[in-house]
Design a protein around this ligand. Structure first.
Ligand SMILES: *Cc1c(COP(=O)(O)O)cnc(C)c1O
Length: 385
């Protein structure tokens, strides 16, 4: 089976993990810190906090920004459910802003319109979480301008976008946002097995993220509010979690960081080959904004649907029978039963819904051979024609 995404593990990666297993420190320790430093060096951010997965990272950023039951958080409907769920963990209200029909990212036009109305109604969002869908950066400059005008925080869900660039800056630099969250799940740019990280340039955010990652506990005397009973003493200052990354996971991530640029250029090559091979097909190919560089987490093609979505389903099922695991990203979040129970429904965000009916994610990952990519294209062409 050719999957839509797959990790790429080298002997060196394996040795790095084994070395930690032979050491005396398994949980968050020196390798986690090295991994965090590798991330800040790469992204050019002041700080990075590694966590056990991106979902936990999204939860932490909401906590740091004091998102609570009175808050309103806006997200794109074309994302993984975790982007919206993190706000719900904090009891906040979630709303969605429809996508742009060419980038499949949040529509800045729509955002601008919605903010105007929300301002008139006196119910502006406290936080906007933007997903760099498929690894292509959102229009962060325009979004940052709106955030200043209307006064809301911006967090980047960059689960797809480690290695992407916007206006010459790496995603994760937080040049236009408060914080950026990465995922190191096996299908993402690099993997830790499971893992995530938050980057930021804000020292207060960094301190709060570090505190909440480990139960809200402090061990350093100078950080304590009260008296210490002795060297064993710790103080719980907030309601935190165990969202730590282990050194075992960090060793894999740190080793993978060495090949990140290589992984991204493999993905870019595969994408440009798909572009060449599929150019004459009746398919909508990804449209790139040339001032940016996508991390090419996904290669999504659109098939003309007759409204029922059956052609798309036929293609995916037939490809599956041929041993190709194409997939669909994403079922609009507001259509999920959990969000429908909160009052959302079909028709609310028509661009995301139409996009969903037509989208197919073709296999793309470093390690996908030329032959297998051609096989995918041949099968797809045979079915579509
Ligand atoms: C993968 C993903 C997540 C969740 O990442 P985990 O590390 O699995 O928690 C969140 N948002 C998006 C857009 C993702 O693709």
């Amino acid at each position: 089976m050719i999957p839509y995404g797959h990790q790429n593990i080298s002997e060196e990666d394996i040795e790095a993990v084994v070395a930690v297993l032979r050491s005396s420190w398994l949980t968050q320790g020196p390798i986690v810190e090295k991994f965090e430093n590798a991330l800040t060096d790469y992204c050019n951010s002041e700080y990075a906090v590694a966590v056990n997965n991106a979902t936990a990272g999204l939860h932490l950023v909401c906590r740091v920004l004091e998102i609570g039951p009175d808050s309103l958080v806006w997200v794109s409907p074309n994302t993984f459910v975790a982007t919206a769920n993190c706000a719900r963990y904090c009891g906040a209200e979630v709303d969605f802003v429809d996508i742009d029909e060419s980038s499949y990212n949040i529509s800045v036009n729509e955002l601008s319109k919605r903010l105007k109305t929300a301002n008139e109604l006196g119910r502006l969002p406290d936080l906007l979480i933007v997903t760099h869908f498929a690894g292509q950066p959102c229009d962060l400059i325009a979004i940052a301008e709106l955030s200043k005008e209307y006064g809301f925080a911006v967090v980047e869900d960059a689960a797809h976008a480690l290695g992407a660039q916007y206006e010459g800056k790496k995603i994760g630099s937080c040049h236009y946002s408060d914080m950026t969250v990465f995922s190191f799940h096996p299908v993402k740019s690099i993997t830790c097995g499971e893992g995530g990280a938050i980057t930021t340039n804000n020292q207060d955010h960094f301190n709060k993220l570090s505190l909440l990652r480990t139960h809200g506990l402090v061990h350093e005397r100078k950080l304590m509010d009260g008296a210490t009973d002795g060297p064993w003493y710790y103080e719980q200052q907030d309601l935190g979690y165990n969202y730590r990354m282990s050194d075992i996971h960090a060793a894999l991530g740190l080793s993978q960081m060495k090949r990140l640029d290589e992984f991204i250029s493999c993905r870019r090559e595969l994408a440009s080959r798909y572009g060449e091979l599929l150019v004459d097909m009746p398919l909508k190919l990804p449209q790139m904004n040339f001032r940016d560089a996508s991390a090419w987490h996904l290669y999504v093609v659109g098939v003309q649907s007759s409204g029922s979505g059956d052609i798309r389903r036929h293609i995916i099922e037939t490809m599956h029978d041929a041993g190709i695991g194409s997939s669909v990203h994403y079922i609009p979040v507001h259509i999920q039963p959990y969000y429908q129970a909160l009052g959302f429904g079909a028709g609310d965000f028509p661009v995301a819904e139409q996009y969903y009916k037509e989208a197919i994610s073709l296999p793309i990952y470093p390690g996908l051979s030329r032959e297998n990519q051609e096989f995918v294209v041949d099968q797809l062409c045979r079915i579509v024609n």
